[in-house]
Design a binder for this molecule. Structure first.
Ligand code: AHR
Length: 528
């Protein structure tokens, strides 16, 4: 999908690097030239966001086990999952969906547990939705993992009034009936809502709306749904995200941005969404385990295609917003695989392999290169669903290879992009060809320089030499994630099959040499 354009762009990039005087040395060593004296955009930590939908065991079982569970928990929220997520500094969690969001009525999920309304989760398996995990539980979960709220309001089957009430319930400090209700439910202090999704895929599961109809609805919600938390006036203001990217056309983004550019009256947005899954056609059929190089190459090639999608959406947005005031929010992305054998297909359960970790690294690198426009993103999804961070089964929990990438990438949160150039080379398999190397560099707020390098080639190592202009770098130390096979996974029986290990560059004269094993991702601190 649009792979050709990505490839052409990658080749152009290599050529541009060569024109800048960057060479691949005769010994097949690739020079990675980093210029810490120059700065790109700030890499907003929100691009490392997560997504937790009421879907399968993503919430029930995966996060919420109930206060009486034998699984260790704090107020019903399982402690092993909290500890794991806390360690990766999740900036925000998109909730309650997805498609579920446009059928969610928040009042079902507040108040005494025994009185919550039970409904049917018609999008995901047709199973009962007990509403046990509601607003209070979500906010408690965020507080436990140290994250911020990204609430998607129901535009499809809800009303502006219902959504406005929800925001009043969560954020007001005025002595209103809803404020009193929140206090009676155990939280007198207002909550903060960092991000507000104005619907979800309203071109599809969110109501099959035409772009024009969606824009009119979105404006109503943007106007009436107010965050009145006094602590969020000014700098910490809630950001509103409109729906964009209709997978079949460019119409949604265009309609939303046109309305924004011609805006009259009191409404606004801060971002437009883009959803994109690696899935090689519908229904999703790429295997999660036991696959070979052909499926590996197909998936990674498609992951590189994210760049095209961003460029395409950015071009539309640039027409109306050349100053890039409105962000692109890639608030659903990841690899969507064939479901685990024997699982409910509506639960979207899948294993997670080294391939998926490499795909995550490549995708996060693309976001960072587009940090001027891509300022928010959410991998789908956090626990037990699609490309998850952790998998659980009753009391058992395992960290996935993708989790390790998120942990290794923590230093890039809120760092500043640093220009980097290298000849990426080519990895080919069958009719698929793509950049073999993928690297980004950034400087964190303490001035520390970080480098991430991915060697996509599953067979050949890559020999790199680091050339940091204007700075004597004496060491490059960090972590490396690889395994013996691209389809290597962590299971409950073998939870550490794929895990990072310490990794360093070796000194070569006045430079540092890095030998990247095949199919590997490294994140290194470059120190003087
Ligand atoms: O993440 C699974 C589903 O994919 C979401 O609910 C929906 O928004 C998307 O189509």
């Amino acid at each position: 999908m649009n792979g050709r354009t990505a490839w052409v762009r990658a080749m152009r990039r290599s050529v541009a690097f060569l024109a800048l005087g960057i060479t691949t040395m005769a010994s097949a060593q690739t020079v990675v030239k980093i210029d810490p004296g120059k700065s790109g955009s700030r890499i907003e930590r929100d691009i490392f966001g997560q997504f937790a939908e009421h879907l399968g065991t993503g919430i029930y079982g995966g996060i919420w086990v109930g206060r009486d569970s034998k699984i260790p928990n704090v107020r019903g929220i399982r402690s092993d999952v909290v500890a794991a997520l806390h360690a990766i500094h999740v900036p925000n969690v998109r909730w309650p969906g997805g498609c579920f969001a446009d059928e969610y009525h928040w009042r079902n999920g507040i108040g005494p547990a025994a009185k919550r309304t039970v409904t049917v989760n018609s999008n995901w398996g047709g199973v009962p939705e007990p509403s046990t995990f509601g607003t209070e539980e979500y906010m408690d979960f965020l507080q436990q993992i140290g994250s911020e709220a990204f609430i998607s309001v129901n535009i499809g089957s809800g009303s502006p009034e219902e959504a406005a009430d929800w925001l009043e319930y969560m954020t007001t400090t005025q002595p209103t009936s809803l404020e009193k209700q929140r206090a009676a439910n155990g939280h007198p202090a207002p909550y903060k809502v960092h991000l507000l999704g104005l619907g979800n895929e309203n071109w599809g599961c969110g109501g099959a709306m035409s772009p024009e109809h969606y824009v009119e609805q979105m404006k109503l919600f943007s106007h009436f749904v107010r965050n009145t938390n006094p602590a969020q006036k000014g700098g910490e203001q809630m950001k509103r995200i409109a729906v964009g990217w209709d997978s079949n056309s460019k119409d949604y983004t265009d309609a939303v941005m046109k309305a924004w550019a011609e805006k009259t009256g009191d409404w606004d947005i801060d971002a437009v969404s883009l959803h994109n899954y690696v899935l090689d056609g519908w229904p999703p059929h790429l295997p999660a385990t036991g696959f070979g190089e052909a499926d590996y190459a197909k998936a990674i090639k498609e992951a590189y295609g994210m760049d095209d999608k961003i460029v395409h959406q950015t071009a539309i947005m640039d027409r109306y917003d050349p100053q890039k005031k409105v962000a692109l929010s890639v608030d659903e992305w990841g690899i969507w695989l064939a479901p685990t054998a024997g699982s409910n297909p509506g639960f979207l359960q899948q294993q997670n392999s080294l391939r998926d970790a490499i795909l995550a690294a490549v995708t996060l690198n693309i976001f960072m290169r587009h940090a001027d426009r891509v300022r928010m993103a959410n991998i789908a999804q956090m626990v037990n669903v699609l490309q998850a961070m952790v998998l659980t089964d009753g009391p058992k929990m395992v960290l996935t290879p993708t989790y390790h990438i998120y942990k290794m990438y923590v230093p890039f949160q809120d760092a500043t992009f640093v220009p980097i150039s290298y000849d990426s080379g080519t990895y080919r398999y069958g009719d698929k060809s793509m950049p073999r190397l993928d690297a980004v560099a950034a400087r964190d707020s303490s001035g520390q320089l970080w480098l991430s390098v991915t060697n996509v080639d599953p067979d050949k190592p890559a020999d790199l030499v680091l050339d940091v202009s204007g700075k004597a770098i004496r060491s490059a130390d960090g972590q490396l994630l690889t395994a013996d096979r691209v389809d290597a996974v962590n299971s409950f029986a073998a939870p550490d099959n794929v895990k990072p290990r310490p990794f360093s560059a070796q000194r070569q004269g006045d430079r540092l040499r890095l030998t990247m094993p095949p199919k590997s991702v490294a994140v290194l601190a470059l120190r003087p």
